[in-house]
Design a binder for this molecule. Structure first.
Ligand code: CNA
Length: 254
């Protein structure tokens, strides 16, 4: 296993990754909040991330199932203030992955992000493990609402015409993941011969467990900070995603 710091033998290792991308038949990208930091959306655990903010209650507590139902007004105050990613645009990493899918190399993006930026960039096969801010439902009658009903509503608590609370379809701490999305994600990872993991600390369970389903040839981790699973990877870059992907040439799959 080679751990690459910015500058060290980078070129050679990037060429190796480029070769693996060219040879692979089933590439899966598994990402997290670090994919969107270059769009301006803070992650959780970087030094400027949301967890570094001085809140009386931790973001992890606020973004929990229990807090949503017990402190609904405070939940929405935080959610509207910190989780509104409708104003952000995809960055070069999102577009790189879209291109990789278009040429037939990338089969699937599995993301822990809820910001919808992969879809905005034009990617089609995107599995959102933790849901999306763009989908919201009434907790009583299950009517669908858009993000506008949450972020543009003047009500402190967005409410359905039936009187129920509208809840974002994002997986809060203490909630389970959608079984169907999870099944598809594990299936893709089991089929993959190249798994690229990027922009995730791999600390949020059960998403972090996905990596154990990989039985393919090459596992690559690209992350600013060391992750919990660096020792399992065939190639590790401790650098920005854009620094790596901007130098990789994508060729049409024959
Ligand atoms: P995390 O625990 O905050 O880890 C992010 C990781 O990305 C860190 O280890 C950073 O070092 C790394 N990183 C940051 N920027 C870059 C970059 N440009 N290039 C390479 N690496 C970078 O976030 P995880 O995704 O691991 O944790 C999962 C949580 C975060 C999920 O529940 C998400 O819903 C949640 N989240 C999502 C968003 C979003 O949708 N954009 C934003 C903030 C948090």
């Amino acid at each position: 296993m080679a751990i690459i710091q910015v500058g060290d033998y980078m070129k050679e290792q990037i060429l190796l990754l480029e070769k693996w991308i060219g040879e692979a038949n089933h590439i899966v990208f598994f990402g997290g909040a670090g994919v969107s930091t270059e769009s301006g959306i803070p992650d959780f655990r970087s030094k400027d991330g949301l967890y570094s903010l001085n809140y009386p209650v931790s973001p992890e507590t606020i973004l929990s199932h229990r807090y949503f139902y017990q402190n609904t007004k405070e939940f929405f105050r935080f959610y509207r203030d910190k989780m509104n990613s409708t104003i952000y645009k995809p960055n070069s990493t999102h577009y790189f992955l879209t291109k990789l899918e278009k040429v037939g190399s990338l089969q699937c993006i599995i993301t822990q992000n809820i910001d919808g930026l992969h879809t905005k960039a034009g990617s089609e096969n995107v599995l959102e493990l933790h849901g999306s801010i763009y989908h919201n439902h009434c907790t009583q009658c299950n009517t669908f609402y858009t993000e506008k009903n949450i972020f543009e509503s003047k009500d402190e608590i967005p409410t359905c015409i039936c009187g129920g609370i509208i809840k974002p379809d994002v997986v809060l701490y203490g909630e389970t993941l959608d079984t169907n999305v999870w099944k598809q994600a594990t299936k893709h990872i089991q089929k993959a011969d190249l798994l690229i993991v990027g922009g995730t600390s791999l600390t949020v369970y059960p998403a972090s467990d996905l990596i154990h389903y990989f039985k393919g040839k090459n596992l690559v981790i690209i992350n600013n900070d060391p992750s919990n699973h660096d020792d399992k990877a065939d190639l590790v870059f401790h650098s920005k995603l854009s620094d790596i992907f901007s130098t990789i040439k994508i060729s049409e799959k024959r």
